[in-house]
Design a protein around this ligand. Structure first.
Ligand code: KG4
Ligand code: ZN
Length: 342
C-alpha cells in the first residue's frame, strides 16, 4: 500500500476546512470553519462574503493544522485542494492558497472533485464498501445518483445515472425553510420542525418524482410549499400558517423529498445489480433520509455506507480521503490546476 501524508483544503462553498491525514484514513488534525452565521442575515450564501471569510480563515487554519499535528511541511507528500465544482471565487481562494503552499514547500499538488470527495467519505465510514456501487450525493448544489466503479488504475470513477431536473435537494430545503419562515440553513431547521408535524398532512408524497421514471424534480414541491405558506400573495406575502401548520408543511415536505431520494436510489440499485449503496453530501445528515434509506437497503438485502453527519456536510477529511486515492494511483496536478464552477 502506498503511504501518504497529505494536507488538504476545502473552500468550495460556505465552509473553510483543512486536514492533515495519513494514508487517507488517519486524521492527525482537521478544522471546519462554518460561515453560517455570516450568511444567515442574507437568507443564503453570499459569494463575496464567502470569499472574504475563506481568505481570512485558510492560512491561520493551515498554521493550526501544522502545530496541532506536529507535522513539518517537509514531511508532507502532497498538498490537496477542492478545485471543482462550487462557487468559482470561493474555489479560487482555496486553489490559490494550495498552489502557493505547494510551490513554497516544493510538494506536488492534487486537485480533488468535491462530489467525488463526498463519495469518498462513505468509504471512510465503511471500509468494506466495494465497487461497483450506487452512490447518492445530495447537497446544496447536487442531487445525483452515480454508478461508481474502478478504472484500470484502481481509482474509483463515477458515472451519473440520475440527476435533478431543476433544484438540488439541499437548495429545496433552504428555499422551503425560507417560505415557512424558518431561517437558514434550511435542512437542519426543517428536520427539527418536522419532528412535531404530520408527514401526511399534505398530499405531496410523489411531488419529486418526474414521469421519466429515473430522475428527481424539486421545483414543483417548492411551489406547493409556497402556496401552502403564502397563498396567492406569493413569496412576499405574509405567512398564513400557525405553528402546527408550519410543522405539518415541514414534515410533509421532508417526507416527499426523502421518498423520492429513497425510491429512485433503490430503483437504480436494482437496475444496476449492485450489492452496495453509498450516501453523501449535506442532505445526507438528515436523520429521516438516513433511517428510510437504511430500512429500504436492509429490506432489499443491500449494504449501505453512510458517513457520520459531520462527514456529510462539507469538510476536508473527505478531501483527504479522495486525495490519498489519487496520490496512490500516481495522479498529480501542476501549478496550472484549473478551477471549475461545474
Ligand atoms: O454538502 P454541503 O455541506 O454543501 C454543498 O456542497 O452544497 O450541503 C449543504 C446543504 C444545505 O442545503 C443544507 O440545508 C443541507 O445540506 N443540509 C441538510 C441537513 N443538514 C444540512 N438537509 C436536510 N437535513 C439536514 N439535517
Ligand atoms: Zn458539499
Amino acid at each position: 500500500m502506498t503511504e501518504s501524508l497529505i494536507l488538504s483544503l476545502e473552500s468550495s462553498c460556505d465552509e473553510t476546512a483543512g486536514s492533515i491525514m495519513r494514508n487517507g484514513r488517519e486524521v492527525l488534525a482537521q478544522f471546519v470553519a462554518s460561515q453560517v452565521d455570516m450568511h444567515r442575515a442574507y437568507g443564503g450564501v453570499v459569494p463575496e462574503v464567502a470569499c472574504r471569510a475563506h481568505m481570512e480563515c485558510l492560512l491561520p487554519g493551515v498554521d493550526a493544522l501544522l502545530s496541532e499535528s506536529g507535522v513539518a511541511p517537509a514531511d508532507l507528500d502532497a498538498v490537496a485542494v477542492t478545485h471543482r465544482p462550487g462557487l468559482i471565487g470561493a474555489l479560487l481562494v482555496g486553489v490559490s492558497a494550495a498552489k502557493a503552499l505547494a510551490l513554497a514547500w516544493e510538494k506536488p499538488l492534487i486537485g480533488v472533485d468535491h462530489v467525488e470527495a463526498h463519495v469518498a467519505a462513505a468509504g471512510l465510514a465503511e471500509p468494506e464498501l466495494s465497487t461497483p456501487h450506487v452512490a447518492l450525493v445530495v447537497s446544496g448544489g447536487h442531487t445525483n445518483l452515480y454508478l461508481v466503479d474502478r478504472d484500470a488504475g484502481g481509482v474509483e470513477r463515477m458515472a451519473v445515472i440520475a440527476h435533478t431536473l431543476d433544484d438540488a435537494a439541499g437548495e429545496a430545503f433552504d428555499k422551503a425553510a425560507k417560505l415557512l419562515g424558518l431561517g437558514f440553513p434550511g435542512g437542519p431547521v426543517i428536520e427539527r420542525t418536522a419532528r412535531t408535524g404530520d408527514p401526511s398532512a399534505y398530499a405531496w408524497k410523489n411531488a419529486c418524482l418526474p414521469k421519466d421514471g429515473a430522475n428527481f424534480s424539486f421545483s414543483g414541491l417548492k411551489t406547493a410549499v409556497l402556496y401552502a405558506a403564502r397563498g396567492k400573495a406569493g413569496r412576499k406575502g405574509p405567512l398564513l400558517l400557525d405553528g402546527k401548520g408550519v410543522a405539518d408543511a415541514a414534515a410533509s415536505f421532508q417526507a416527499a423529498v426523502v421518498h423520492a431520494l429513497v425510491s429512485r436510489t433503490m430503483d437504480a440499485a436494482r437496475r444496476h445489480g449492485v450489492n452496495w449503496l453509498a450516501l453523501g453530501g449535506g442532505v445526507a445528515a438528515n436523520g429521516s433520509l438516513r433511517k428510510e434509506l437504511a430500512a429500504a437497503a436492509e429490506a432489499a438485502g443491500l449494504r449501505l455506507a453512510v458517513p457520520p453527519p459531520g462527514l456529510c456536510t462539507d469538510n476536508a477529511i473527505m478531501v483527504g480521503a479522495r486525495a490519498h486515492a489519487l496520490f496512490a494511483a500516481g495522479i498529480r496536478d501542476g501549478l496550472d490546476l484549473e478551477t471549475a464552477a461545474r
